[in-house]
Design a protein around this ligand. Structure first.
Ligand code: FES
Ligand SMILES: [Fe+2]
Length: 448
């Protein structure tokens, strides 16, 4: 449970809000790279943390992310011409480069003199890991641009990753909490039918049931015990369920500041998945979804499967809006719900979106009754609220100094009951919080 004040603090990211200031001190994905497919391609409107912006790729391939309002008389630069290293307003031809500088003002007889004074707001942007990233925060002599977070899917060759996005119709924080709350799998995503074959079919679509024991363990223990460990980039969240004999089945996820989550399902050799919840405004977010395999390229067949809806990927329309969404009740099938599906909704991503949106466009955390399986989200809130307060007091965050600490993995493990989370991680990943940066030439001890 949070006070109303802390709930506002956690959920509001517009300009001038403490959480907004915290987000702006990190690189954040703002588009898929494919949305700006080549030099001088059409510009794209971007709404990010309540700011209206315009993204474009110039003739040299550089990314511009600028205020879309032409400073002459307010025409929208979305309708402008992206040509010869800048975007030209369609009204009277003023032209702006990726830095926001006015580089041509053909309507003004004073020419160069007046254009030198005109500048639109612009933010640094980069094309990396199949995404366009932007930094919207403070920059001055004492605050240099941070490095991009070294997330593993971006360190690998492009053939080893798949990247997409989906619109979600609720506040970023409750969607992120849904990703970190791995206890819900035993209910929300479960098939309750007695027919083992049906269960396996349903669960293999969730990629949790690639082996039948997992389904049984998930079904039989809906009250996993959480162990949470803080690390320089965020939190390691372990949830242990009873397995067979003296073993526990661990589902281990990662939260990486300010809004990334890595999923707990992958066993060695399987694809890893992650999601990044980027606020559009306080009531909507883009969820950037990525899958990667460090050992082999992602096959065309797998890519097709992701595009058609699988695991964290919903079925989408051409604008990355899920086909099952708020305005059609997520295509709930009550007969299927009677027959075995816990929700009657098809698809793990759709089930997550439905239940997270149903908490309200901004969940009211003043009315909750939290229990032991909510420990992960309690710690997530604490980390984010403390970090927002720290930034408001001009205190530095460790995560800023440690972009390498984002090179971590999460996943599943089966281990004897007497092992600690750190020991399970050592055994599974060779490092107590899953650091793999050493494989990519980053500092080998996880510390720069
Ligand atoms: S409004 Fe843009 S050039 Fe006049
Ligand atoms: Fe889920």
């Amino acid at each position: 449970m949070l006070t109303a004040r802390d709930n506002d603090l956690l959920t509001q990211t517009g300009p001038g809000t403490p959480m907004g200031d915290l987000f702006r001190r990190f690189w954040i994905p703002v588009l898929l790279a494919e949305e700006l497919p080549g030099p001088d391609c059409p510009p794209v409107r971007v709404k990010l943390m309540n700011e209206e912006l315009l993204a474009f790729r110039d003739t040299e391939g550089r990314i511009g992310l600028i205020d879309p309002v032409c400073p002459h008389r307010g025409a929208h630069l979305f309708f402008g011409r992206n040509e010869h290293s800048g975007i030209r307003c369609a009204y009277h031809g003023w032209k702006f480069d990726v830095s926001g500088a006015c580089v041509d003002m053909p309507s003004s007889p004073a020419g160069a003199q007046s254009q030198a004074r005109i500048h639109v707001k612009s933010y640094p942007a980069r094309d990396w890991a199949g995404l366009i990233w932007a930094y919207l925060g403070k920059r001055d002599a004492r605050t240099p641009l941070p490095a991009l977070p070294s997330m593993e899917f971006g360190l690998l060759p492009a053939e080893h990753r798949f990247v997409s996005k989906k619109l979600q119709e609720c506040n970023w924080a409750q969607a992120c909490e849904g990703g970190l709350d791995t206890a819900h799998f035993s209910f929300l995503h479960m098939d309750t039918s007695e027919d083992e074959e049906q269960v396996m079919r349903a669960m293999s679509n969730a990629e949790a049931g690639t082996h039948e024991n997992l389904v049984r363990w998930l079904r039989n223990d809906g009250a996993p015990v959480f162990t949470i460990q803080e690390h320089p980039a965020g939190l390691l969240l372990g949830a242990a369920r009873r397995a067979d004999g003296d073993d526990l089945y661990w589902r281990i996820s990662q939260f990486l500041m300010p809004c990334h989550g890595l999923t707990p399902n992958a066993f060695p050799g399987q694809n890893y998945h992650g999601q990044t919840w980027v606020p559009i405004d306080d009531h909507h977010c883009w969820v950037y979804c990525y899958s990667w395999n460090p050992e082999r390229p992602i096959s065309e067949q797998e890519r097709q499967r992701f595009r058609q809806g699988f695991s964290i990927y919903p079925r989408l329309d051409d604008d990355w809006r899920p086909l099952a969404r708020r305005d059609n009740d997520y295509l709930i099938d009550r007969a299927a719900q009677k027959k075995g599906s816990f929700t009657g909704i098809s698809g793990v991503s759709e089930q997550d979106a439905c239940i997270q949106d149903s908490q309200g466009s901004i969940a009211d955390r003043t009315r909750e009754n939290l229990g032991p399986t909510d420990l992960g989200i309690v710690r997530f809130r604490r980390v984010m609220l403390n970090a927002a307060r720290q930034v408001a007091e001009n205190q530095p965050l460790e995560a800023w100094r440690r972009p390498d600490a984002y090179a971590v993995r999460s996943g599943g493990a089966v281990a004897p009951r007497n092992r600690s989370l750190g020991q399970v991680m050592e055994e599974r990943f060779g490092h107590p919080y899953g650091y793999v940066g050493n494989l990519y030439g980053l500092p080998s001890d996880g510390k720069s």
